[in-house]
Design a binder for this molecule. Sequence first.
Ligand code: NAP
Length: 499
Amino acid sequence: MITGKNYIGFEVSAKGDTTFKTFNPATNKENEQLIVEATPQEIEEACELAADAFKVYRKMPGVKRAAFLLAIAEGIMELGDLLLDTYCMESGLPKGRAEGERGRTVGQLQMFAELIETEDWREPSKNSAEANTRKMLIPIGPVAVFGASNFPLAYSTAGGDTASALAAGNPVIVKSHPMHAQTGELVALAIYNAAHKTGMPEGVFSNLNSQGVEVGQQLVLNKYIKAVGFTGSIKGGRALYDLAATREEPIPVFAEMGSINPVVITQKALETRSAEIANTYADSITLGVGQFCTNPGLLLILKSELSSSFVETLGKKLSKKPSFYMLHPNIHAGYQGNKNKMITHEAVTKISEAELSSVPNTAAPALVTVDGAKFLKHDALHQEVFGPFSMVVQCEDEAERIRIIESLEGQLTGTIIAEKSDEAKLAPLFEALQSRVGRVVFNGVPTGVEVCDAMTHGGPYPSSTDSRFTAVGIGAIRRWVRPFSYQNVPKSLLPEILK
Ligand code: NAP
């Protein structure tokens, strides 16, 4: 079933001679299957087909597009263990996580299918006495999606970006993530079969392989592409954003990038339940080997004897957590390098670092601490360490804690751990966080992003390139549409919903 080839519309294609292999972090070996990188000609073909498909697909009734999304979900489930095993083989993640992520992927497709069964999501408005003007949201055009390394299913080939863009009526071209190209191909096959089964136009979906930046860059520069979805590093997201702005016709790039997700713990909360908070946060910091964009990388507490003992307890709990494989040797090397930079920084004190396992590609959790004033002085300490790492900032007082929050770059989330009796004094903290993040969590953990209507997964730059939008939940569809007005347009040309 896995060919290593590209899916260009309804063709399986391998015109190039640049090949690569994916990697199994658990066996520390390359996987056998050769993957063939897409050529410039194949990229152009995929884009031309997408532009042609758009003319038909954008006009298809919502129920037909919904049937397509549901058929993709069905196809993904039918791949059964082959998909789960390939996922594990290319990511080193356990099968339980693969199953959970598959459930989320299928759930997202079903959620968007339900949304578009009626046309209400287009926000039709038709009240204009004088000029007879009506308005609704229409699809933007072919979308390029960059699969995420840390979500091989839920934020990759048929993940949230693809599902929401297809739901809105846009063809999608995926630039498959090179770390899980085989998983991507299996999902592309499910989409290809679903497109055939439900009568979709050729070019509604293509899947391109690559292991270098060139394919993605050519895709973003192609004149038929009208928007880009991306999940990954700030460096990658920003490069694509800048590239899109150099086009003769600039296009939006919705990139969801790094975040250190500050967590504020009040003194009263520490007095009441220090051990419980340490337990919860040791779990959250190490969940998925810390490879989540919502990983709590920064804990903000007030300096006291109690806070010192909390830091010790959290350090001990982290040092007892077992090491586990990271997604890829490059991500592992990135973690080692960035963690070491933090640990050896002159302003920082190491609290704990679990013993490095001799098993290759595994990550040892680590905790460091720093004084508030020093954190404010050294911007280098604000950087994300992608992996099971966190930094505790011990602040002189509440005013310094708020100054620190205000000095942070944009974040996906901010968390407040507090007691009921703190509530009257929390407004300044809450407001400081609100100005820097897309979601505030009370008495919980930022990891675990529920797919629901009320979710915002995005935030001020650089956590995302456009803080007005979410990458998770129903609202994600708004990235791929534009408002369109019909002024005095004859009834025969109006869409049903505006008549
Ligand atoms: P990445 O380097 O940002 O790459 C993501 C995708 O974008 C890949 O398909 C990559 O293509 C492409 N890309 C990157 N730079 C590009 C450029 N200049 N032009 C065109 N395409 C470009 O992320 P990654 O591979 O997933 O992981 C690397 C690091 O990113 C991690 O170690 C971590 O620090 C960070 N990361 C953060 C998050 C988060 O949510 N905060 C999530 C994932 C990763 P090629 O690989 O083919 O070059």
